[in-house]
Structures are given as structure tokens and as C-alpha cells.
Design a protein around this ligand. Structure first.
Ligand code: HAS
Length: 539
């Protein structure tokens, strides 16, 4: 619950900043002089994409671990608390600096934009805190494994372990650039830095970061949804294989965020693009598994014909409906990702609003709607309250509002991006504001449409925040189930090799060395003159 409190507090502040941004870009309001556009964009991105997600994920992993592996031993629980406090100190420091206007560097904090040096210390604490909390998740799982030698581990624990290993390996990149480049540079110990290397280390982390968000949503799809719809998971082995593939292939692909970066040779971009297309496969396997689960379950309940089984799904149960809406949205969102990863098409969409549309569909809809769906049973489960029909109705309305708001906002962002609307700009730097706005005048290619979507989304966010308050303090006392599905028939035949973590970590290391050693060596040896500090650039 401690994680959930921080998550939802960050959520509501971050969401309100999103509203301000939509209205500013729609030309409907002007920010007061003491509040910068990049400052609110940074608050929005950091609070929603980093703080809300990370805290929610740890809440889910800890709760699910206790549910499936047994109560956490005291020592491990203490480790979890230490992780929580270190992360929270980092979060508070970062929040104060952003609000003070000392770190308006957006959630990607690209050099040569510079924040206050303490901001990088705050980020370090954030990452170290999550590592400590992650160590607690791993210790719980490996403790269970030791005590139950030879037995197959519960699927939830297996998936949580893959997610945390992915996170720890991914963070090595961002930790390297922050500790070795940004901290010395921002404290004035070095007077320039290798920006290309820093961006490369960031994206080594930045892409697996999106799977750190996605995998817990997939855990709910694989482990909880089958139970909610009254069935069993289609295949235990297929689910484990998908997570192993994510672990292997989600890291050596960061160059697909740098396809337009001149300092990386086309060969290495090609290699990492191929690997990007490999990491699409486990998502396609997931789609297959989920369809399989839906169809198998519904047919057992009497669903007939090619599509008749659809009618058997519990459409009016928000615990199913919210994640299901996320799944549906992931179909176009994933297709958008495949477009982004295709070199020539990336040249069309890179640095445009299309990318912002893409991540509002992926993390902002697929992942977040799934997290809302989880909240509707996880929070009452933890607070000892009931999942009431009233809460279900509120949840259904909230899900529809979120999906409709996102349709307008993200739809308009995609179209405007295709027409060349740039991302991340308040139009103050390179064109007269009204002239720039006049480029986009269509019904769906308009900043007004983005703003309308943002207003509907804010209504959805406020309702979600009310639902959170209801679930914590107002709902009647009682019990709510933490749904965990039984594995279906093939569970006993799940190959033992999936539990061989040393093997998977070894392969991860080899793939990373293959994809990064030569290009990183090139960047260091042929480094261009370093970039000076531009800390006044965006104030
Ligand atoms: Fe992405 C940029 C490529 C997935 C997030 N991405 C971003 C950024 C973010 C982000 C935040 O190649 C911006 C970063 C920045 O600030 O600059 N992305 C991909 C690819 C995938 C992908 C290939 N992205 C995600 C996910 C994210 C996310 C997931 C967050 C959670 N992305 C890119 C690229 C860029 C990029 C380039 C850089 C662009 C640039 O130039 O700057 C793939 O993983 C997508 C695979 C997904 C699928 C969909 C499978 C569908 C499923 C649902 C099935 C539905 C069912 C329901 C079962 C193939 C699993 C049926 C139900 C019934 C009832 C019918």
C-alpha cells in the first residue's frame, strides 16, 4: 500500500500537468511567467512515466509474490522497505528540483541539457532504491526455489524475476552515463562530455524500460485475467518462453531510438533493427496465448462458432474490461511501434508528435489501463474492502472515458506527426506561434483535438483518483480476491530449462556485447569534440 499511495499521488499531479500541456499547445491558455512549458512537461513525464509506473509495478510484484510464493520473510520485507525509502528520497529530491525549475530536462534528460547536479544524484538514488527493492523480489523467489527443490516455480514469481533481472541489466546503461558522465560534468569536474555516448547509454536503458512497464501488464494478462474470466491459462510454457525472449532481446535494441543519429554506423543500426523485430515475436506470442485463453474458456462455457465465444466474455466486469481495452489498443499501438522500427518510416516520424501518440497508446493506454484494471481488485484486496457493483460501474465509466480521451488525443497526435508537427516544443524557439499553428487545420489534425482529448482524459484521471480514495477509505469492509489462474493441462511438461537463469543471463550478456561493443568503442575512439554545458538553454 505504501507504494500505491506514492503511485496515485504522483499520478494525479502528473495527469493535471498533462491537462495544462494539452491546453497550452491547443493555444487555449498561456502559462504564467513563473511556470515553464518544459518544466510542466518534465513533471508530467517523470511523475507518470517513471514514478507512477515504478511504484505501481513494485506494489504489484510484492503483493503477487506474497500471494503466490507465500508471505515474505522478515529480512526480505526489511530489504523491500529500505528500497522503498531510498527510491522515495530520490523521488522527493527530483520533484523538488523540477518544481524549483532547476531540472527542466524532460524525462530523457538528454545531454547537453543540464539539470542541477543534485538532480542526477536524485536519479541515482531512485535507481539504487529500485535495485534494493528488486533484490527483495529476487530473494523471495530464490528462497522459495531453494525450499521447494525440483518443483516448478509459480508463474507469477517466474515472471517477476524475469522483469527484475531485465530492469537491473537495463539500468546499468543509465547508471554508467549518470555516474561517469553527467555527475562529473554537472558538478563542473569535467568541462565537456561525449553526447553521442551518453545518448547511446541512455537508450540502452530506455528501450528495456518500456518492457519494464509492459511485462507487469502482461503478467496480469497471463496470470490474473484467465481466473477473472473463469478459465485457465492457455499454456504455461508459452508464457515462460515469452518472458525469456523479452529478457534476451529487449536490451540490445536501443539504436532503434537513434536511427536518425549521425554518429552510429548503418551496419549497427541494421543489426539492432533486426533484433528489434525479434523482440516483437514474444508480443505476438502473447496475443496468440490470450486469444487462445479467451476462446478455450468461452467455448467451455458454451460459446460456439468462429466468433461466438466473444459473447461469453465478461464485458461488464471492469477487472476484465479495463485490461481488455488495453489489449485492443495494443494492436494499433504495436503496429505503430513496428512502423517506428522500420528505418525509412522512422525518418518520417522521428521527433514528431507521432512518437508522442505512440507512447500514449502503449504505456499511456495498454499499460496504464491494465494497471487500473489491477487496481480495482488489488487495492480493495490490500485494504480489506469489497469490490462493489458501484465501484465496478465507476470503473467502467472511467475506462470508457480514458479510451475515448486517448482516441482523440493520441489519434490527433499520430496524424499531426505524419504532417510534420514536431514533438517537445512550445513553438517559442523557431517560428512565430500562430503561423506554426496554421499548418494544422483539419478536424483531426488540430491541436484543439489534442486539447479536447486531454480534457476528457483529465476527467478520467480525476475519476480514477476518486476510485482510489473509495477503494482505500470508503468501500464497505470485506474481502476481495487476488485472482491467480491455474495453469492449464500442459503445465507439468514445462521444460526445466526455463528456470536456468544463469544460462539466460549469460546469453543476455553475449547479445549485449555483440550489439554494443564495436559501436561504443567507435564512439569513444572517434569522439567528436565534447559539448559544453547548456544549463540556461531552456529556462
Ligand atoms: Fe515504442 C518510441 C518501437 C512497443 C514506449 N516507444 C517509444 C517511446 C516510448 C515507447 C515511451 O523503433 C518514446 C521514447 C522517447 O521519448 O523518445 N515500440 C517499438 C516497437 C514496439 C514498441 C517495435 N513502445 C512499445 C511499448 C511501449 C513503448 C510496449 C511502452 C510500454 N518505439 C519504437 C521505436 C521508437 C519508439 C522505434 C523510436 C521512435 C523515434 O524515432 O523516436 C513493439 O514492442 C510492439 C510490439 C507489439 C505488438 C502488438 C501485439 C498485440 C497484443 C494485443 C493482442 C490483443 C488481444 C485482445 C489478445 C506486435 C499483444 C483481443 C481481445 C478481443 C476481445 C478481441
Amino acid at each position: 500500500m505504501a507504494h500505491i499511495y506514492v503511485a496515485f499521488f504522483a499520478f494525479i499531479v502528473g495527469a493535471l500537468m498533462g491537462l495544462l500541456q494539452g491546453l497550452v499547445r491547443g493555444g487555449m491558455i498561456e502559462l504564467p511567467s513563473w511556470l515553464g512549458y518544459y518544466q510542466i512537461l518534465t513533471v508530467h513525464g517523470v511523475l507518470l512515466a517513471l514514478v507512477f509506473t515504478t511504484y505501481f509495478i513494485f506494489a504489484f510484484l510484492f503483493a503477487g509474490g506474497s500471494r503466490t510464493l507465500g508471505a515474505m520473510p522478515d529480512g526480505i520485507r526489511k530489504l523491500g522497505w529500505i528500497g522503498f525509502w531510498v527510491t522515495t528520497i530520490g523521488t522527493l529530491m527530483a520533484a523538488v528540483l523540477i518544481l524549483a525549475g532547476e531540472a527542466s530536462v524532460l524525462y530523457t534528460f538528454y545531454a547537453p541539457l543540464a539539470a542541477h547536479p543534485l538532480y542526477y544524484v536524485a536519479l541515482t538514488l531512485f535507481v539504487v532504491g529500485t535495485w534494493i527493492a528488486g533484490a527483495a523480489v529476487l530473494a523471495h523467489y530464490f528462497g522459495w526455489k531453494k525450499a521447494n527443490k525440483g518443483q516448478k516455480t509459480p508463474l507469477f514469481g517466474f515472471m517477476a524475476t524475469a522483469t527484475i533481472i531485465l530492469w537491473i541489466v537495463a539500468c546499468l546503461g543509465v547508471a554508467t552515463t549518470v555516474l561517469l558522465q553527467m555527475i562529473p560534468w554537472s558538478f563542473g569536474l569535467t568541462d565537456s562530455m561525449n553526447v553521442l555516448l551518453s545518448r547511446t547509454l541512455f537508450w540502452y536503458f530506455g528501450h528495456p524500460l518500456v518492457y519494464f512497464w509492459l511485462l507487469p501488464a502482461y503478467m496480469a494478462w497471463y496470470v490474473c485475467i484467465p481466473k477473472i474470466i473463469g478459465g485457465k491459462l492457455f499454456s504455461d510454457s508459452l508464457a515462460r518462453l515469452a518472458f525469456v525472449l523479452f529478457l534476451l532481446f529487449s536490451i540490445p535494441v536501443g539504436f532503434h531510438h537513434q536511427l536518425m543519429e549521425s554518429g552510429v554506423s548503418e551496419f549497427w543500426k541494421f543489426v539492432q533493427t533486426v533484433l528489434t523485430f525479434v523482440v516483437i515475436v514474444p508480443s505476438l506470442m502473447t496475443a496468440f496465448s490470450i486469444f487462445g485463453t479467451f476462446e478455450q474458456t468461452s467455448r467451455l462455457q458454451g460459446g460456439r462458432g468462429a466468433l461466438g465465444w466473444l459473447g461469453k466474455l465478461p464485458w461488464n466486469d471492469v477487472r476484465f474490461f479495463a485490461p481488455m481495452m488495453g489489449m485492443l489498443i495494443f494492436i494499433p499501438a504495436g503496429a505503430g511501434g513496428i512502423i517506428n522500427a522500420s528505418y525509412q518510416m522512422n525518418a518520417v516520424i522521428h521527433n514528431t508528435l507521432w512518437v508522442v501518440g505512440h507512447f500514449h497508446l502503449t504505456v499511456g493506454s495498454t499499460v496504464v489501463l491494465t494497471f487500473f484494471g489491477i487496481s480495482y481488485w488489488l487495492i480493495p484486496h490490500l485494504t480489506g474492502r469489497k469490490f462493489t457493483p458501484f465501484l465496478n460501474r465507476l470503473g467502467m465509466v472511467q475506462t470508457w472515458l480514458w479510451a475515448i480521451g486517448m482516441f482523440f488525443m493520441s489519434g490527433a497526435m499520430h496524424l499531426m506527426g505524419l504532417l510534420g508537427a514536431p514533438r517537445r516544443t512550445a513553438y517559442t524557439t523557431y517560428q512565430d506561434h500562430p503561423t506554426a499553428m496554421a499548418w494544422f487545420e483539419g478536424m483531426f489534425t488540430n491541436y484543439i483535438t489534442v486539447a479536447i482529448g486531454a480534457v476528457i482524459l483529465t476527467a478520467a484521471a480525476l475519476l480514477m483518483f476518486y476510485n482510489f480514495i473509495y477503494m482505500v477509505w470508503l468501500a464497505p469492509k470485506g474481502e476481495t480476491e487476488f485472482p491467480v489462474s491455474e495453469p492449464s493441462s500442459d503445465a507439468s511438461t514445462t521444460p526445466a530449462i526455463f528456470e536456468n537463469w544463469k544460462l539466460w543471463i549469460g546469453i543476455v550478456a553475449l547479445l549485449i556485447l555483440f550489439a554494443y561493443t564495436i559501436p561504443v568503442y567507435d564512439m569513444i575512439v572517434n569522439a567528436p569534440p565534447g559539448s559544453p554545458v547548456f544549463n540556461n538553454l531552456i529556462k
